[in-house]
Design a protein. Structure first.
Length: 455
């Protein structure tokens, strides 16, 4: 149903624009924001959100939008799912904070049990809860160093792991994210990420990356770091901020083999790709790998600030009381939201993400033929990247055209985000239906056609 000024947001599935964008109230917020907020953020367009329900967001002027960004892949169960809201309200009235670092409360091990049981591998596992994705990565790095008594890390170009100093040392997504912050953690080496669309060796999506593994074993391990000094290899099974690039199955499996061979921990960053987004709990499950440490955040609590890392118990059990902690991580209200979120993802939305992902990919199967500026359509489930190029033959990146598409979509009521230099990312809530998918496809087709005329 399309929103009208009379309909309630809860009855709305498709957007309706009532004012020019930004509207008058939105303009006031933008002015205040410019005056008082840090300018380090990267807002693509002036959405000033007020309310949300399902996959629909209403702005301060009463315009409604179909949300295919989900607060950067966070609102997994949609905006304000009644079961999540109820869980938050009930918990907030009962106990808001206690700190799991110093005290116990029953929901904390409950969520830990639920979470570790989703992570592949027969070994027993334990969880540590954090406030964010970057804190999960930070904790995983500390645990890797602590457990292995080694201090080096291998990470990948294009990957994004967060903005705190440790995680930022692994991040090699955009130089602006590192520029100006001085020396980062020593002992981190980056190697290329397998990107089949831009593979220098003309490999397919199944075989791309063999040369990278060879470089790791023959160059990095021989000339830079003895593998016995490497604590962990950290990888996103699907690059998020880097442009929704999927690592081939064999690549992740080989990486795991190399890790096992040298006693290196295999850390998967599933902060963006996890929590049902690809149709399984974890994107890495599609490759059949079993991480030593897995990091999660974003979709885990439908928008409440929560992250986690899960490690094999024999690894987690190495560190001693006091070696790592957090005041807010695993806050009872966030945990309540996560318990409700995981119930919904497990019972319904994980499968819906798979089904709707298949639906969207089928509809976009010919886009590289239909649009000369669409170089590649890729991803899994509801983690979809559309790479925009100036020329399909040269594959020249077209960030200006990508930005034009993202902006035009906003002005037609569809919220999307960019990822990487020139990729449009689709990361809707996992509950979207066919009507909403069709609407998004239609708007995207119109915006790509319009941008194409400028190419
Ligand atoms: C894969 C990945 N890891 C880590 C992070 C950092 O998460 P946060 O922004 O919650 O610190 C992000 C955020 O985009 C991410 O996509």
């Amino acid at each position: 149903m399309i929103a009208t000024p009379e309909t309630k947001l809860n009855d709305t599935k498709l957007p309706r624009l009532l004012t020019q964008l930004p509207g008058p109230k939105a303009k006031q917020v933008l002015e205040q924001d410019t005056k008082y907020m840090s300018p380090s953020f990267t807002r693509d367009y002036p959405l000033v959100a007020k309310r949300g329900h399902g996959a629909v967001v209403e702005d301060v002027d009463g315009n409604t939008f179909l949300d295919f960004a989900a607060g950067i892949a966070v609102c997994s169960t949609g905006h304000c799912h009644p079961k999540v809201v109820e869980a938050i309200q009930k918990q907030a009235a009962e106990l808001i904070h206690m700190s799991g670092t110093d005290f116990y409360y029953e929901s904390l091990p409950q969520l830990a049990e639920k979470l570790v049981n989703t992570v592949p591998g027969a070994d027993p596992k334990k969880a540590f809860f954090t406030n964010s994705g970057t804190e999960a990565i930070e904790g995983a790095m500390k645990l890797a160093r602590y457990a292995t008594k080694r201090d080096k890390f291998i990470a990948f170009y294009g990957c994004f792991h967060g903005r705190t100093m440790g995680a930022l040392s692994l991040t090699a997504s955009k130089s602006t994210q590192r520029k100006g912050f001085g020396a980062l953690l020593a002992g981190v080496e980056h190697i290329p990420y397998p990107n089949a669309y831009r593979c220098a060796h003309d490999h397919t999506a199944e075989t791309c990356g063999a040369e990278i593994l060879e470089t790791l074993e023959r160059q990095v391990f021989k000339r830079l770091f003895d593998p016995e000094e490497v604590a962990a290899i950290v990888i996103e099974p699907i690059q998020g901020e880097g442009g929704y690039v999927t690592a081939p199955k064999f690549f992740l499996q080989e990486l795991q083999r190399i890790c096992r061979q040298h006693g290196i921990l295999f850390i998967l960053d599933e902060v963006q790709s996890g929590m049902g987004r690809t149709g399984k709990w974890w994107a890495s499950e599609h490759a059949g790998v079993e991480p030593d440490i897995l990091c999660s955040a974003k979709g885990i609590a439908s928008g409440m600030p929560l992250g986690a890392f899960v490690a094999r118990s024999r690894i987690m059990n190495t560190w001693k009381p006091g070696s790592h902690g957090t005041t807010f991580g695993g806050n009872p209200v966030c945990v309540a939201a996560a318990l409700a979120t995981m119930d919904l993802i497990g019972s319904e939305y994980k499968e819906n993400a798979r089904r709707m992902g298949d639906y969207l990919f089928a509809k976009m199967a010919d886009w590289t033929k239909e649009f000369k500026i669409v170089g590649d359509v890729r991803g899994r489930g509801l983690m979809i990247g559309i790479e925009i190029v100036r020329d399909q033959r040269t594959k020249e990146e077209a960030p200006d055209l990508r930005n034009a598409i993202v902006d035009a979509a906003f002005h037609k009521g569809l919220l999307i985000l960019g990822a990487g230099a020139n990729t449009v990312r689709l990361s809707p809530p996992l509950l979207i239906d066919e009507e909403q998918a069709d609407f998004a496809l239609r708007i995207l087709e119109e915006c790509i056609t319009k941008a194409q005329k400028k190419a």
